[in-house]
Design a protein around this ligand. Structure first.
Ligand code: S3P
Length: 437
């Protein structure tokens, strides 16, 4: 049953909060912990549906995952040491879990069936299946979507692969497979994508080499037949979840908000950079490093925003934040042109279309030109619309946040999927003063 929810114009969003752990890092921590020798302790793991799917998959493959107070412990089986999984691996809504785990499974001579929910079963898998097949993964049928049956091999080949799309999921799947191959596996990326896999592989003791080449592309190489050792991982706050709180503070006049311990890895901060270009008052405090990742506190005060051009090369560093940015652009003065958004069409929904439709439902002038989204901001947003979330958590949260600053209430048709990435969204927002209900 769909669960609709309405957001109303709110008083200032003020206080000091922490957002839950980063989703990308949480997936990787569970996977690398399962592939390491010995015990890994993970603090701050995101307890959301998507991440639990990865925990269950690793458990089905023989890596014991257990709770230890507020932390999680994983008993790793070593690279090559995972066991045969009985039955089907169900990845729910999670593209990251399914694609990264395909990379892991490539190294094991066992037949595995992978499936997911209706949204995941529409998303392209050939982007990972193609390089993994070059390495030796067998894929039954000529399919691009889940459900899929695959069979890996102990005799994977190391490859050099240039990414045709800027995707950290594809890069990570190849690097994870590369751990199980002899020799060195290299991924070349034309634009930098999030580098948590590289950082965490190093943290667990793998040999990883990253080179920026003369033409500006990056070559990431992992040493094969790797030996990983259990580690102590502290997962920083998710900047993609913080984005909604930041946006709420920007659009509700008089807001003054501090978000503590947010991941500030430069491959993830495009949204904050863009907001600063738009004139947002965002300060970074207490910057430091933890478990190989830069983190800090964000101090946000409500601000008058102006429209900007967001260049295509910034897209990978803020790919999940475009629905929220587009909604914020509606509150800005002038045009915001977000360029090079082809990858948005293959997310949990066609986010380019879903965002444009949501904006139209809220009385905002927006249109798509090729792969670009153009929003004409007038400083105020009428609201009053019903937004279709299309099984997409980020569409739901972006438009609820828009509703906090709009003239008329905004209703989203289903908040069920928010639990995939940010189950605490409603209590956290409400606790800060957001009118949701
Ligand atoms: C992710 C990478 C991104 C992002 C997704 C998480 C990851 O996808 O949209 O939410 O953890 O690697 P792509 O790498 O496919 O762009």
């Amino acid at each position: 049953m769909p669960q609709p929810l309405t957001a109303r114009r709110s008083a200032p969003i003020s206080g000091r909060v922490k957002v839950p752990g980063d989703k990308s890092i949480s997936h990787r921590a569970l996977i690398l912990a399962g592939l390491a020798i010995g015990r890994t302790r993970i603090e701050g793991l995101l307890e959301a549906d998507d991440v639990m799917v990865t925990a269950r998959a690793m458990q089905a493959l023989g890596a014991a995952v257990s709770r230890s107070g507020a932390a999680f412990e994983v008993l790793g089986q070593g690279v090559g040491g995972l066991a045969r999984a009985d039955g089907v691996l169900d990845f729910g809504n999670s593209g990251t879990a399914s694609r990264l785990m395909l990379g892991v499974l490539a190294g094991y001579p066992m037949r595995v069936v992978l499936t997911g929910d209706a949204s995941l079963c529409r998303r392209p898998m050939s982007r990972v299946l193609k390089p993994l097949a070059e390495m030796g993964l067998m894929v039954e049928g000529n399919k691009d979507t889940l459900p899929l049956t695959v069979e890996g091999t102990q005799d994977l080949l190391p490859i050099v692969y240039e990414l045709p799309v800027p995707s950290a999921q594809v890069k990570s799947a190849i690097l994870l497979a590369g751990l199980h191959a002899p020799g060195r596996t290299t991924v070349i990326e034309p634009l930098p994508t999030r580098d948590h896999t590289e950082r965490m592989l190093r943290f667990f003791g793998a040999e990883v080499d990253v080179k920026t080449r003369e033409d500006g592309t990056r070559a990431v190489t992992v040493g094969g037949n790797a030996e990983l050792t259990g580690a102590h991982v502290v997962v920083p706050g998710d900047p993609s979840s913080a984005a909604f709180l930041v946006a709420a503070a920007l659009v509700c006049p008089g807001s003054d908000l501090v978000i503590e311990n947010v991941l500030l890895n430069p491959t993830r901060t495009g949204f904050f950079e863009t907001l600063r270009d738009m004139g947002a008052d965002i300060e970074i405090l207490r910057q430091h490093e933890e478990a190989g990742e830069p983190i800090g506190d964000l101090h946000i005060r409500s601000s008058d925003l102006k429209g900007v051009r967001v260049p295509p090369e910034r897209a990978p560093s803020m790919i999940d934040e475009y629905p929220m940015l587009a909604a914020l652009a509606a509150f800005a003065h002038g045009e915001t042109r977000m360029e090079g958004l082809a990858e948005l069409k293959v997310k949990e929904s066609d986010r380019l279309a879903a965002t444009a439709a949501g904006l139209a439902a809220c009385g905002v002038e927006a249109h798509i030109e090729g792969d670009d989204l153009i929003v004409s901001g007038t400083g105020t947003v009428q609201g009053g619309g019903l937004v279709e979330t299309q099984m997409d958590h980020r569409i739901a949260m972006a438009f609820l946040t828009l509703g906090l600053g709009a003239e008329e209430p905004v209703t989203v048709d289903d908040i069920g999927m928010i639990a995939t990435s940010f189950p605490a969204f409603l209590p956290l927002m409400s606790g800060l003063g957001a009118q949701l209900g």
